[in-house]
Design a protein around this ligand. Structure first.
Ligand SMILES: C[S@@+](CC[C@H](N)C(=O)[O-])C[C@H]1O[C@@H](n2cnc3c(N)ncnc32)[C@H](O)[C@@H]1O
Length: 215
């Protein structure tokens, strides 16, 4: 409400205003602007962090073969260790997730390696390996499984999805050396005949020896 006859400078904020001294108005304005900036930064930062964490978990859904992160059950890990009993040599878990299979194998004395596309899972796996005292024998790499050669491994573990198994079967048949054993969790390979099957339901694991599938 303008007061008729009020001095112009008071109305413009140059002197005293109708609601208080102009300095306090300016300070209020500055405070509000700072809060605005802080809130914009906080919301923007939170959204950026959420994006950075969630994207690697959502990316598999956009790939030709969707292989999401589903951790092995404790019984599944036990079954993998059972079919590895009495064996030695380097082990690889293809798509190592949070590292549980690699860490369990390292605890059994295998030099174990995990290849995983999701960097958060790889960092978490390294942390877990360090915490569980197997940092030197459990190694993790951020890699695409289709770009890695598995010829150096004598024990190969895969918890995949049915769509990828025919292609992986061909890849491993070409790359693995005599004496190697492949262990498939939850989903078997389509053409190979297993040498051992352990567990039941979602915890089933199939073990295939190279000598068998090469005939
Ligand atoms: C079903 S989970 C199995 C996790 C782990 N092996 C286990 O048994 O607990 C499959 C994992 O493969 C990873 N993955 C998906 N596509 C991949 C790719 N192209 N290369 C490497 N890892 C991949 C996923 O991020 C996920 O962690």
């Amino acid at each position: 409400v303008l007061v008729l006859g009020a001095p112009l400078e008071a109305l413009q904020g140059g002197g005293r205003s109708l609601c208080g001294p102009p300095m306090s108005l300016e300070a209020d304005c500055l405070k509000t602007r700072r809060w605005g900036l802080f809130l914009t930064g906080a919301v923007g930062g939170t959204l950026a962090a959420l994006y950075a964490v969630a994207t690697p978990f959502l990316m598999p859904a956009l790939r030709r073969v969707c292989l999401p992160f589903v951790p092995a059950t404790p019984r599944q890990v036990e079954n993998v260790m059972k079919v590895l009993r009495g064996r030695n040599g380097p082990l690889v878990d293809i798509g190592s997730g949070d590292g549980r299979v690699v860490i369990a194998a390292a605890k059994e004395g295998f030099p174990a390696v995990g290849y995983e596309l999701n960097p958060w899972l790889v960092w978490y796996s390294r942390y877990r390996a360090w915490r569980e005292g197997v940092r030197d024998s459990a190694r993790f790499y951020i890699s695409d499984l289709w770009k890695v050669t598995f010829s150096q491994y004598t024990n190969v573990v895969i918890f995949g999805v049915p769509q990828m198994m025919p292609q992986l079967e061909k890849k491993l048949e070409l790359e693995l050396k005599e004496g190697a054993r492949v262990i498939a969790c939850r989903f078997p390979f389509p053409h190979w005949i297993p040498d051992h099957v352990t567990g039941e339901g979602i915890d089933t694991v199939w073990a295939y020896d190279v000598s068998t599938f090469r005939g």
